[in-house]
Write a protein that binds this ligand. Structure first.
Ligand code: ASP
Length: 348
């Protein structure tokens, strides 16, 4: 009997050793009292295609933008203000595919999308397909704060903008020569492909040339509130009022004070199908893993397996800042509570 009991206890011990769940050590300590990260798009961004002047122009603008948000956070301001004002700097620059530098549609117009979300109340606002709003992120904020809706689009969104005192511009404001030339290049390539195999080629030429210049910002303030925002002109040569992931809550933007805030950039259709931003938060929530692990899983595994390209920026409730992308580069910057900034373009 004694031998039987001894053997039984050995078996129980061995079984418990092999089936016990692996314990993951997640450091639940504040790394930064406040933090901010931004992106200016991901894609085939290679050093060999850059001039030193162009590289510097991007770095300077990213630094200028993140400093605006950092200063607000340092002075005890709200993350929503930091995100909105930081994105204004990027939207007002022709360097990025948002606001002033928005890409052209097939019909040679500009259609802008944006969204914002606050992590304390899971409130959100978004606009899609607007043609005359100087700073789409501000209109997304107004939708969140002053309407009962989450997303407005097209002409209706412009009417709401006027009522809210949001700056309206002539659609010609969005004309930039370089974006217009990009559209012509894509159309030329499309024509060449059509001549070649006679099939309709719409996205292919864009993707081969793919640079996603969307802008985004995620910030954690001193009160522990996380806000995420994203703004874009979408994809060059888009048609039929195509809308990407940027204004889709859970794909392009997500924020939850219990987990993290995320802003995406990349091939929008895939980001919508993979529900990238929300998925990162959900994995942290349900599996108890770190932001870095959750982001890597969604971008390098789930999104990549689907065939999607792009990346995300994120901040968690403890001020950990994460960048994750599967492209050659991503315009990006971070700034911690000490005011230490990191501005990067290419893959490390
Ligand atoms: N995600 C954006 C879209 O699909 C494009 C980008 O990131 O530049 O509309």
């Amino acid at each position: 009997m004694k031998t039987f009991l001894t053997n039984l206890s050995i078996v129980i011990f061995l079984v418990s050793c092999t089936t016990a769940p692996e314990k993951k050590e997640i450091k639940n300590e504040k790394i930064n009292e406040f933090a901010i990260v931004i992106h200016g798009g991901a894609g085939t961004i290679l050093k060999k295609n850059m001039t030193p002047e162009k590289e510097k122009a991007y770095q300077d603008k990213l630094k200028e933008a993140i400093t605006v948000g950092y200063t607000i956070l340092k002075n005890g301001g709200k993350s929503i203000d930091a995100v909105e004002k930081t994105i204004h700097v990027l939207e007002n620059s022709p360097l990025f595919n948002a606001g002033k530098g928005a890409v052209f549609t097939h019909e040679e117009t500009n259609e802008l999308d944006a969204s914002i979300m606050t992590g304390n109340d899971l409130n959100a606002g978004a606009i899609a397909g607007v043609t005359d709003i100087k700073n789409p992120i501000s209109l997304a904020r107004k939708v969140m704060e002053n309407s009962e809706h989450v997303m407005l689009s097209g002409k209706g969104a412009s009417i709401f903008a006027k009522e809210q005192g949001i700056e309206i511009v002539d659609p010609k404001y969005f004309y930039t020569e370089s974006r217009f030339k990009s559209l012509q290049r894509v159309k030329e390539k499309m024509k060449a492909e059509l001549d070649h195999d006679g099939k309709t080629a719409f996205y292919d030429p864009i993707i081969k040339d793919s640079k996603f210049g969307t802008v985004g910002c995620v910030a954690l303030d001193k009160n522990g509130n996380i806000t995420a925002g994203t703004s874009t002109g979408g994809m060059t040569n888009k048609r039929w009022n195509r809308i990407g992931d940027a204004p889709i809550i859970g794909s392009g933007t997500y924020a939850n004070n219990a987990t993290c805030g995320v802003s995406s950039t990349g091939w929008g259709e895939y980001f919508i199908r993979a529900q990238v931003a929300h998925d990162i938060s959900a994995i942290m929530d349900y599996k108890g893993v770190s932001l870095k692990e959750a982001a890597r899983e969604v971008i390098q595994n789930k999104l990549t397996k689907l065939g999607g390209t792009g990346g995300i920026i994120a901040v968690d409730k403890n001020g950990n800042m994460v960048f994750e992308f599967n492209t050659a580069g991503m315009y990006r910057a971070s700034m911690n509570a000490k005011g230490e900034a990191e501005v990067k373009i290419y893959k490390e």
